[in-house]
Design a protein around this ligand. Structure first.
Ligand code: NAD
Length: 477
């Protein structure tokens, strides 16, 4: 029940520490107590990660890094049930989605294990330059050093692994600061890596708030890169204070999905109900704006409302539950205020819009306009708007009218149109005949505009967590 930070393999959970309770968002029961890290712990964690990088990690060969990762994936597979139940309790995520998250997490570690053995460089044709005869040029990829990994509550395991697994594969050490709302799965993950044989100090865990331990981690001179997933305001702050470090920012969005009149409506509706409401819309690529061609608008809306009303709201630990709580009451109240604000400005609630404690019923809005918060900002709640359109250009213009650009979905049977629209959407990724909310862990993932900087997806994270080193040789002919 009581968890502390883990630095150089030692847990820091002494009685004198300040504490923070982890609360189950569904029933408000106490899940755990955190013994919080302070600035001395953060300093120790970074120094230890820095020293471990030089003393241990630089010497750990790729085959051993790959073996450790493979063992970690096997262990996670064995402990799937424990991890899934923990995420249900700490995040309120329905059990079926929690299980999906663990399954994806196992794959993420396996991708990293495979790629650890394939971080390659190149040999340059040095004689391409005048005077370059009898020279050899090698480009190697080398690890950066210490990676500061800061993660959000909504995919507490998988998004942490999107940083930790490629960092280990590439030969870095990590100071891991998980979301304070969901730290138990993070603690279990660090223990799991210990069991898998990861040397002490390669993965240090600091449990604390963004202000107390996140900020000093971002500004610390011995940290070489910050890999952050979370909200835009925090991301902006990190970008400003990170100094010379490399920074990857995976931020929010108000993802668009566009249905043309030749779309397969049935499959789009089924996908979009999940895409808008899975984990109560607390997903960075949740379907927030659905643009529907006017000729199929009525039919789409009717079927969309019908399937949404059939969603089962309840206890996240029940197998049948589709919709559980939001992360806390404050988040649910904020989303409800945004709905009310839109209604005042003329929007219509087609279904949902009711709040009880942390639960907000799945909400479909129509008659919206682009200045409403539920359209212009990231709603991050079970609230989706359906908007009719006349022509392709209109849909593209509205979809692009956003400070965000993470992922979009386009539904059409016309391949020429699909490719044309995909090219014009200002997004990090576009899915054709698939919802914006779908993500595989091996494709490049990350936003444009204010949705972020850099890419994840194991191969691409490894690129961002290594740097090129050139070695030239002058040969005597
Ligand atoms: P958040 O920004 O509130 O917190 C994320 C992490 O940052 C937490 O660990 C928090 O303690 C830490 N933090 C807070 N202030 C900090 C500071 N000043 N310095 C350093 N660290 C600080 O986000 P959240 O509420 O946990 O997660 C929701 C947000 O995350 C949404 O905006 C969502 O879109 C985004 N998100 C993005 C992706 C993506 O891949 N693009 C994925 C999931 C979530």
């Amino acid at each position: 029940m009581r968890y502390g930070s883990i630095i150089n393999g030692q847990e820091r959970d002494e009685d004198h520490r300040d504490t923070l309770d982890v609360i189950n968002p569904y029933n408000q029961e106490k899940v755990a107590e955190l013994a919080l890290a302070n600035s001395t712990d953060l300093e120790d964690a970074v120094n230890n990660s820095f020293d471990t990088f030089h003393s241990t990690m630089k010497k750990l060969p790729a085959h051993q890094r790959a073996d450790i990762l493979r063992r970690a994936a096997d262990l996670l597979e064995e402990k799937e049930k424990d991890f899934a139940e923990t995420i249900v309790k700490e995040a309120g995520k329905p059990i079926k989605y929690s299980r999906d998250e663990i399954k994806r997490s196992i794959q993420v570690i396996r991708f990293a294990s495979e790629l650890a053995k394939n971080i390659t460089g190149e040999v340059l044709p040095m004689d391409a330059a005048i005077g370059g005869e009898n020279r050899m040029g090698l480009v190697k990829r080398i690890p950066l050093g210490v990676i500061g990994a800061i993660t959000p509550f909504n995919f507490p395991l998988n998004l942490s692994l999107h940083k930790i697994a490629p960092a280990i594969a590439a030969g870095n050490t990590i100071v891991f600061k998980p979301a304070e709302k969901t730290p138990v799965s993070a603690y279990m993950l660090v223990k799991l890596f210990q069991e898998a044989g990861l040397p002490n100090g390669v993965l240090n865990l600091v449990l604390g708030t963004g202000e107390k331990v996140g900020e000093p981690l971002v500004t610390h001179e011995k940290v070489h890169k910050i890999s952050f997933t979370g909200s835009l305001p925090v991301g902006r702050k990190i970008r400003e204070s990170a100094g010379f470090k490399k920074v990857t920012l995976e931020l929010g969005s108000n993802s668009p999905n566009i249905l043309f009149e030749d779309a397969n409506i049935k499959s789009a509706v089924t996908g979009l109900v999940k895409g808008a409401f899975a984990f109560s819309g607390q997903v960075c690529i949740s379907a927030q704006r659905i643009f529907v061609h006017k000729n199929i608008y009525e039919q789409f809306l009717e079927e969309f409302i019908k399937l949404t009303k059939a969603l089962k709201i309840g206890d996240p630990k029940d197998e049948e539950t589709d919709i559980g709580p939001m992360i806390n009451e404050e988040a649910a109240k904020r989303a409800k205020l945004w709905i009310d604000d839109a209604v005042e400005k003329g929007a219509k609630i087609e279904t949902g819009g009711e709040r009880s404690g942390t639960i907000l019923t799945p909400t479909i809005m129509t008659n919206v306009d682009r200045n409403m918060k539920i359209i212009a900002e990231e709603v991050f709640a079970p609230v989706v708007s359906v908007i009719p359109f006349d022509c392709e250009d209109e849909a593209i213009e509205f979809a692009n009218d956003s400070i965000y650009g993470l992922q979009a979905g386009v539904f059409t049977r016309d391949i020429d149109r699909a490719m044309r629209v995909a090219d014009q959407l200002e997004m990090g990724g576009v899915w054709i005949n698939e919802i914006s909310t779908y993500r595989q862990d091996n494709h490049p993932y990350g936003g444009v505009k204010q949705s972020g900087i850099g890419k994840e997806g194991i191969k691409y994270a490894i690129e961002d967590m290594t740097e090129m080193k050139f070695i030239g040789i002058k040969l005597n002919p």
